[in-house]
Design a protein around this ligand. Structure first.
Ligand SMILES: Nc1ncnc2[nH]cnc12
Ligand SMILES: [Zn+2]
Length: 330
């Protein structure tokens, strides 16, 4: 099954590129940029990745990304990820990045945009991989700051496939960003948002109502609200679920307790994703394999999940048709 899962054409819709920073590259970039890390060794970094909740992860996530300073750093980060993803049979990646976490350290917008875009072009040429770019806002910072970033990003509007919303969820409801998302809508930029990861089902409904999003990132809390489940089933609005992330951040206790089977059973359009693979013990293939180990799903279920992601990805119609055909041949 693992060989078959590797060959399955997988589409990744929920990946924080800064969360793909492996400890080895973190050390190499720290040395290149003369940045001191609070870790003595790679083993020490890995030992620190024992999280109690989302915030305990975010603290180390923002700390680790301080090594990213130049366009070349962002290129190297993304290219290393694309190489690993390609080896795992990932054919399309939608990477999100957090510009505010870089601007706050004096790293101007052009640096991540240009470094990531160059890596995306190279992955398309070298691996035949398609890619999309999501610019995310930090919900635990003021909405006015997000609005300023959106305006400053005007030179790149053509290459932004969507805007997103991430970081500490509880206490930062979607409505806080109503004006920012309204501005993105007016600019014709699609919208996605994390909702119902640690926060309640009400945040998912609010993100749909107020932010007019086309996808929900995580959304595992939806099962708390039957009417919302019904809405998600009827609308077929997709959820980008990240099972290994949910276990590592203690959203669920173990893989066996994960609500994915119940979500599928209720007809919610779910997809499998890795979130922050360097921090949560694996990439796309590991997430697929973990689901096989926990739920014993057959090939039909995995084809449905991969097909859901192809249906809702930001990609050309021609590319979508090509991937639908490849999936059918599996
Ligand atoms: N799992 C996650 N939830 C919210 N914000 C994030 N930023 C990076 N990973 C995240
Ligand atoms: Zn995420």
């Amino acid at each position: 099954m693992k060989t078959w899962l590797r060959e399955l054409p997988k589409v990744e819709l929920h990946l924080h590129i800064e969360g793909s920073l492996e400890p080895e590259l973190m050390f190499a970039l720290a040395a290149r940029n003369h940045i001191e890390l609070p870790y003595a060794s790679i083993e020490e970094v890995k030992a620190a990745y024992d999280f109690s909740d989302l915030q305990s992860f975010l603290d180390l996530y923002y700390l680790g990304m301080r090594v990213l300073r130049t366009e070349q750093d962002f290129f190297d980060l993304a290219m290393a990820y694309f190489e690993r993803a390609h080896e795992e049979g990932v054919v399309h990646v939608e990477l999100s990045f957090d510009p505010q976490a870089h601007l706050g350290r004096g790293v101007e917008l052009a640096i991540p945009f240009e470094g990531l875009r160059r890596a995306m072009r190279e992955a398309e040429q070298r691996f035949g991989m398609s890619t999309a770019l999501i610019m995310s806002f930090l919900r635990d910072r003021d909405a006015s700051e997000a609005m300023t970033v959106l305006e400053k990003a005007s030179p790149w509007y053509e290459v932004i496939d969507a805007v997103g919303l991430d970081s500490a969820e509880v206490g930062n409801p979607p409505a806080k960003f109503a004006a920012v998302f309204e501005r993105a809508r007016a600019l014709g930029i699609p919208r996605v948002a994390h909702a119902g990861e640690e926060g309640p089902a009400a945040y998912i409904s609010e993100a749909l109502d107020v932010l007019d999003i086309c996808r929900v990132d995580h959304g595992v809390a939806c099962l708390q609200d039957e009417a919302l489940v019904e809405r998600l089933r009827n609308s077929q609005i997709p959820l980008t679920v990240c099972p290994l992330s949910n276990v590592r951040l203690k959203v669920v206790e173990t893989m066996v307790d994960h609500p994915l089977p119940a979500m599928l059973e209720k007809g919610v359009k779910v997809t499998l994703n890795s979130d922050d693979p360097a921090y949560f013990g694996g990439g796309m293939l590991d997430n697929y394999v973990a689901c096989f180990d926990a739920f014993g799903w057959d090939q039909r279920v995995f084809k449905q999940l991969a097909g859901n992601a192809i249906d809702v990805a930001f990609m050309s119609d021609a590319r979508r048709r090509e991937l639908v055909e490849r999936l059918a041949e599996c």
